[in-house]
Design a binder for this molecule. Structure first.
Ligand SMILES: [Zn+2]
Length: 364
């Protein structure tokens, strides 16, 4: 019998962005990355990162959805972005090249279908700590915001490269629709791309759709939908989170929502770059409120999982105070148990719900 920690399937990590834009070698230890950044002042999150491969293995995050991400911003806007979709595409191809290098050195393994998924899970299940230290971490490729898809043919190319999930928008206005902090329906190109996404059998990621684009997409899309990193607006009042009607719609469609550990998505009234976790006495416990909220709406624990976003351009200046590493997610076991969640429900939240979703979508 093994007393191994439960597997964590984190359905939202911007691994390539973290490695390339912040120049972090994710193979390094937590301490080494932090030490290297001690003198750096370009970002508030320097020396405060919480994700690297050794920490993922220590926390048994053996499987994740890892993103490509590049926005197109045609004018000088508040958000950074590329001047053309072609430039954004080229940026995502650089991110893909990083994933391929990490595969080549045995750190990552791409998962594209059911048989690869089951084979990967069989290697991680019950593996000893020593064995896990040598196992590649599985990743499913996703695209966060579709601005970089220049034409539908580019989507076919991405599919051939293993892309299995896609969100149409990110922050602000996009080529295909309107994202967080913006308003409006999908664009005509967005409606066309949605048909192509459905034809290819990709998972539509509802995260980052603004309310109007969200309902437009729900009306038009007949394929599988999840929300990779979306918390509850009832507990963190900002349009980045979903309201109860949206969560109900996702539940009705069999979706699973991944809980994000960015403080700004966890509490009411967080001021970006001004608030600190201690101002809110913010602890991991808070995410249990979001999990509970979704379970109450669903009437069960089958529609919530983890999509932490823990390397999405912030560090411990914007995470719960008792989270210094992604490995600390394992402490959710006792927090959820204290609220009355049964072991099988905790495992469902850690990995089972999103795995069940993939098994339904991926027939082979
Ligand atoms: Zn995001």
């Amino acid at each position: 019998m093994s007393d191994a920690l439960p597997l964590i399937f984190d359905v939202h990590l911007d691994l390539a962005m973290n490695a390339q834009e912040f120049n972090r070698d994710l193979r390094w230890s937590h301490e080494r990355i932090r030490r290297r950044e001690l003198e750096m002042t370009d970002h508030a999150f320097r020396s405060r990162h919480v994700v690297c491969f050794p920490e993922m293995r220590r926390g048994r995050v053996g499987l994740c959805v890892a993103t490509q991400l590049a926005r197109h911003v045609p004018y000088f806007g508040r958000m950074p972005g590329w001047s053309s979709p072609e430039q954004a595409w080229a940026h995502t191809q650089g991110q893909l090249a990083w994933y391929r290098e990490m595969e080549a050195c045995g750190e990552l393994r791409q998962i594209r279908n059911r048989s690869e998924l089951e084979e990967h899970l069989s290697r991680w299940t019950g593996a000893s700590e020593e064995a896990v230290a040598k196992l590649p971490i599985g990743y499913i490729l996703s695209l966060e915001g579709a601005d970089s898809i220049v034409t539908p043919r580019h989507l076919e190319r991405s599919y051939a490269d293993g892309l299995r999930a896609i969100g149409l928008t990110h922050y602000g206005p996009g080529v295909y629709g309107h994202g967080t902090d913006d308003q409006g329906p999908l664009t005509s190109q967005g409606r066309e791309l949605l048909r192509e996404i459905e034809r290819l059998g990709l998972i539509l990621d509802a995260t980052h759709l603004c309310d109007e684009s969200f309902w437009d997409a729900m009306d038009r899309y007949g394929g599988p939908v999840w929300a990779s990193h979306s918390n509850c607006r009832a507990l963190a009042n900002w349009n980045r989170q979903f309201n109860d009607a949206q969560i109900q719609e996702l539940i009705r469609r069999g979706a699973v929502l991944g809980m994000a550990f960015d403080a700004i998505m966890m509490v009411h009234g967080w001021h970006w770059k001004r608030s600190l976790p201690r101002d809110f006495n913010l602890r991991l416990e808070k995410i249990c409120d979001h999990i509970d909220h979704i379970c109450q709406l669903a009437g069960n624990a089958r529609h919530v999982g983890l999509g932490t976003d823990l390397d999405g351009g912030f560090g411990t200046e914007q995470t719960p105070m008792d989270l210094q590493s992604i490995a600390d997610l394992q402490n959710l076991t006792s927090l959820l148990a204290a609220r009355g969640y049964k072991p099988n429900e905790i495992e469902a939240i850690f990995h089972g719900n999103f795995l069940g979703f993939l098994r339904r979508v991926w027939k082979q």
